[in-house]
Design a protein around this ligand. Structure first.
Ligand code: ZN
Length: 139
C-alpha cells in the first residue's frame, strides 16, 4: 500500500495521520491478522523507539475510527484486521493462522435461512461474521 493510499484512508475516516500511526497501520496491512505483539515487532524494526503502549493505543484508535477490526480467535489472542470490508475467516487450528474467505453471498444465505425458519424475530441482526475452523489437508 502506497503512502498516498494510507493518507487517503486516514483522510476518509477523519483521523489525523502521525508517523507512528502510519507505521502501525502499514505493519497491520503487511502482516494480515496479526496480534498486537506481532505488529509491535514489525514496527520496532523501523521505529525502535516506539513503546508497547503506543502500539496498543494506536491499534485501538484504528479500530475506533473504522480503519481496522478486532478478530477474536480460539487461541484466545486478539488479532487485528486492516480489511474492514465484509468477509469471513478460515481459522487453522493447527497453525492458529487466519485466512480470508470472501463474503460471496454467505451472509444473505444465512439471513434468508433465519427468515425462513421464523426465528430471531426479536433480535436485530446487524452483521454476520463466520469463522470456519479446521486445517488444510496434507497431500
Ligand atoms: Zn480478515
Amino acid at each position: 500500500m502506497s503512502d498516498n493510499d494510507i493518507i487517503g484512508k486516514f483522510r476518509e475516516k477523519g483521523l489525523r495521520l502521525t508517523p507512528q500511526r502510519m507505521s502501525v497501520y502499514r505493519a497491520l496491512c503487511e502482516l494480515r491478522h496479526p496480534t498486537a505483539e506481532e505488529v509491535r515487532e514489525q514496527v520496532r524494526r523501523l521505529t525502535p523507539a516506539i513503546t508497547v503502549a503506543t502500539v496498543y493505543n494506536t491499534l485501538e484508535t484504528l479500530v475506533k475510527s473504522g480503519l481496522a477490526e478486532k478478530v477474536f480467535t480460539l487461541d484466545n489472542k486478539m488479532r487485528f484486521d486492516a480489511d474492514t470490508r465484509p468477509h469471513h475467516h478460515l481459522y487453522d487450528n493447527r497453525t492458529h493462522s487466519i485466512s480470508d474467505l470472501s463474503e460471496s453471498g454467505l451472509s444473505d444465505l444465512i439471513r434468508s435461512h433465519i427468515k425462513e425458519m421464523g426465528v430471531l424475530k426479536d433480535f436485530e441482526l446487524q452483521e454476520i461474521k463466520i469463522e470456519l475452523i479446521g486445517h488444510y489437508r496434507q497431500n
